[in-house]
Structures are given as C-alpha cells and as structure tokens.
Ligand binder design. Structure first.
Ligand code: IMP
Length: 186
C-alpha cells in the first residue's frame, strides 16, 4: 500500500480517496451502540459477526453497547474484485446453540446488492433465534437488487466501492482506521 501527498491511497492497481474520517465513524458507532443498548437492555444478545469485513466494526460496536453477550462468527463470500459475484457461499456457519432462543445482533459491514443477506437470513431463521436485529455500518440503497429488512444503518452511501475499517479490495485495506472511496479519475 502506498500513501501520496493528497491522502489518496493505492491498493493493487486502484486509487482511493478519503471518504469517512475515523472520528465520524467512531461517533456514529457510539450512537448505534447506544441505540442497541436501549433496544436490548436486560438481554444477553449473541453478536453474530459477518467475516471478514465486519470484524472491526463489530469490535467497536459491541463495546459501545455495554451489554453482556456472546460472540459468534460467520463467513460467506460473494465478491470478486469490486463486483458482487451473485452466488453466495457459506464458509463458516453459525454455532446453532448460540442462535437458538437467543436475541441475535447480526453485524454486517455493508449491504450492497443485498444478495448475501437474502441468502443468509433464512438460514439464520432456521436455527430458531428469539429475535434478529440486523445492523450494518454501510448501506448502498442504489445498488440493492433485493429487499432486505435492515434495523440499523451507520451510513447510507452512493453505489461506489469503498475500503477501510474492515472492508477490503482484493485482500488489502482492512487495517485502515478510516473509509476510502474508489477514485475513478485514475
Ligand atoms: P452484497 O451481497 O452485495 O450485499 O454484499 C455483501 C458483501 O460484499 C459485504 O459484506 C462486503 O464484504 C462485500 N462488499 C460489498 N460492497 C463492498 C464495498 O464497497 N467494498 C468492500 N466490500 C464490499
């Protein structure tokens, strides 16, 4: 990864411009955590984290809720490069005991086409949760191809590819504390 004078970054062959600053993200994640705390006060939710993209958001969000709960990881994939591939594959399934009769907080990095959630939510329902609260840090409504019931959204963004704060481009960029948007001028 290379940084240049104008704060743009380069990942593989693509250049990205700063889009959401670290402080902006942290303020919004704190608000989301407070909202979840109000909704689930007195409960011990299962935080179900969609790998790999949501790991950083989930770590901050869970701390912001200040609610006790267990953690469970799920891994699906659909993306190739900067385009959604269409077919959703499950690489790591949720632990059934952590979902059955639990209040699940499903934590996503981004809802783009909506295909991942369309494929995953029915699988989750089959495991018998008491409730499911879907929280996504980012939502691209203009890119959405199928309806998805999202409970909490951090930021609504245009249909442009973004990286950072857990999100990657072809494996790179996840460690960035801020979010960058693809710069098509290059
Ligand atoms: P969807 O199935 O198209 O809604 O996308 C789901 C997954 O694709 C997300 O959980 C991300 O991992 C990945 N994704 C979608 N948009 C972006 C993006 O702009 N940057 C990085 N990853 C993305």
């Amino acid at each position: 990864m290379a940084y240049d004078k104008s704060d743009h970054i380069q990942l593989h062959e693509l250049r990205f411009r700063p889009y959401l600053e670290t402080t902006e993200i942290q303020e919004r994640v704190t608000q989301l955590g407070q909202e979840l705390r109000q909704r689930l006060y007195g409960k011990k939710p299962t935080y179900l984290v969609m790998l790999k993209g949501a790991f950083m958001f989930a770590a901050d969000l869970m701390r912001a809720t200040r609610l006790h709960g267990e953690v469970c990881f799920v891994r699906t994939s659909s993306y190739e490069g900067t385009e959604s591939g269409g077919t959703v594959r499950m690489h790591l399934a949720p632990e059934p005991d952590l979902v059955k009769d639990r209040d699940v907080v499903l934590i996503e990095d981004i809802v783009d086409s909506g295909l991942t959630m369309q494929a995953f939510l029915p699988e989750l329902e089959k495991l018998g949760p008491s409730s499911v609260t879907l929280v996504t840090l980012l939502h691209k409504p203009e890119a959405q191809q199928v309806p998805v019931k999202i409970d909490l959204v951090g930021f609504t963004i245009p249909p442009k590819f973004v990286v950072g704060y857990g999100l990657d481009y072809d494996g790179l960029g996840r460690q960035l504390p801020a979010i960058y948007q693809l710069d098509e001028a290059y």
